[in-house]
Design a binder for this molecule. Structure first.
Ligand code: DX5
Ligand code: ZN
Length: 231
């Protein structure tokens, strides 16, 4: 078995934060038709991050029309309090930030008890070793490649050390998702480091042909993850 066999498939998760909010349903469908695997929904509370976005009622409306799993990224200070609301709204993957809570254990347990896949995230300035006790208990790690809060920021390549630490040192075989500044080029850097799930907002929504942009992302990621000797 090669290393590539143990890494989950490539997944593209367009961030609806860059959508036209007056036409969210159409925007979601446009990304699904273009080949999205998941749909990334950024929830911000104005406390954990300065920005304020959407909450459970909008997630519920999206879930009614979505044909792909909703990959909900909570950038909020109290994920435990809102777990049930997001589960009821239809989140399939629910991710919270390790630095937002004193003890991630009960949050992970609660998300799982509510039937969701559990993700754990961290901002660029947070030490990745804080995730170590929880790696066996989560389905996904979301590595932030910009500071959480806004779309359209520049990719920070230094966070790729965290991706390598997870894949190579910890032998983490579940999803490693990367979020922030991902485009047709940075996707290859992230894939080479070991990421398999790629959030992309401004690049995909800003593209005249998102299907072509996703194909390019997928091809670049595939090429980057294949070991050099097999190419
Ligand atoms: C930032 C969000 C991201 C953001 C990505 O806080 O978590 O999901 O929308 O947008 P781009 O791809 O434009 O960096
Ligand atoms: Zn996000």
């Amino acid at each position: 078995m090669t290393e590539a066999d143990t890494i989950p498939p490539i997944l593209i998760s367009p961030s609806l934060l860059s959508a036209d909010f007056t036409r969210l349903g159409e925007e979601l469908r446009r990304m699904e038709d273009a080949g999205a695997d998941w749909l990334h929904v950024d929830v911000m509370d104005g406390h954990f991050v300065p920005n304020l976005t959407i909450g459970p009622p909008v997630v519920k409306s999206l879930a009614r029309v979505a044909r792909r799993p909703l990959d909900v990224h909570l950038m909020i200070t109290d994920p435990l309090r809102y777990a049930e609301a997001y589960a009821a709204a239809g989140a399939q993957v629910l991710t919270f930030h390790v630095e937002a809570v004193a003890d991630p254990g009960p949050v992970i347990e609660r998300f799982r008890a509510l039937g969701m896949k559990v993700g754990l995230s961290l901002n660029p300035d947070i030490d990745v070793r804080r995730l170590e006790p929880w790696l066996d208990h989560v389905d996904l790690v979301l590595v932030m490649s910009v500071f959480a809060g806004f779309g359209g920021q520049k990719f920070m390549p230094q966070v790729l050390d965290k991706v390598r630490w997870l894949r190579e040192e910890q032998r983490f075989t579940k999803h490693i998702e990367i979020d922030g500044g991902i485009d047709g080029e940075t996707v290859a850097l992230a894939a080479r480091a070991g990421a398999n799930a790629f959030v992309s907002g401004s690049y995909l929504f800003g593209s005249a042909d998102p299907a072509e942009a996703m194909r390019r992302m997928r091809a670049a990621a595939e090429a980057a993850r294949v070991p050099a000797e097999a190419r």
